[in-house]
Design a protein around this ligand. Structure first.
Ligand code: NI
Length: 187
């Protein structure tokens, strides 16, 4: 059965426990997984993101979607779904500013590999391989980190983190007693 309309999922903010878990690999491409991938993709565009990982919507699975170019290609959408991704190569170093839907209004410079080669399964379970540079490479590394419970603020200097302390504390305070945070837009 095909679902009619994808759901706009809640984004988990900093403080949510799912964001800090090691996500589990996908074993089988069930209808539930396929529908979830549709929802994840839909949500990424609804939230104006260039990437979104499953843990960011509270699902601890090794799935993410990226589309680093849609906002400068006249809105043409070309989502790339990566399931159980694995880096085959990471080359060079480059620093650039990043943000994250789970850390609203925080932007910091992060050091990443310049060029990457990644292999994964796509939404149909077919093997895909990408060599990426620039924003594409950065998005792949940022989203991959989410699958290992890593956030970009983990990669910035301690002093910069200190300046973000209050903001992070405010975000964290919106998490409920079950470690669930469904995104307070007023923050
Ligand atoms: Ni992120």
């Amino acid at each position: 059965m095909k679902k009619q309309k994808p759901n706009n999922l809640h984004i988990r903010l900093y403080g949510d426990k799912t964001l800090r878990e090691i996500a589990k690999p996908v074993i089988e491409f069930t209808n539930e997984i396929k529908n979830f991938i549709d929802d994840l993709t839909f949500t990424m565009y609804e939230k104006d993101g260039v990437g979104l990982a499953a843990p960011q919507v509270g699902k601890s699975l090794r799935i993410f979607v990226v589309d680093p170019f849609w906002f400068n290609e006249e809105g043409k959408k070309n989502p790339l779904v990566l399931v159980n991704p694995e880096f085959k190569e990471l080359r060079g170093e480059i620093e650039s500013e990043e943000g994250c839907l789970s850390l609203p209004r925080i932007f910091e410079s992060v050091q990443r590999a310049k060029t990457v080669i990644i292999e994964a399964l796509n939404e149909k379970g077919k093997k895909v391989r990408y060599e990426a540079d620039g924003l594409f490479s950065r998005a792949l590394q940022h989203e991959y980190d989410h699958l290992d419970g890593i956030l970009f603020i983990d990669k910035i200097p301690k002093l910069k983190l200190l300046f973000l302390k209050k903001r992070l504390h405010d975000l964290q305070r919106t998490t409920d007693e079950n470690g669930r945070n469904i995104g307070e837009l007023s923050l």
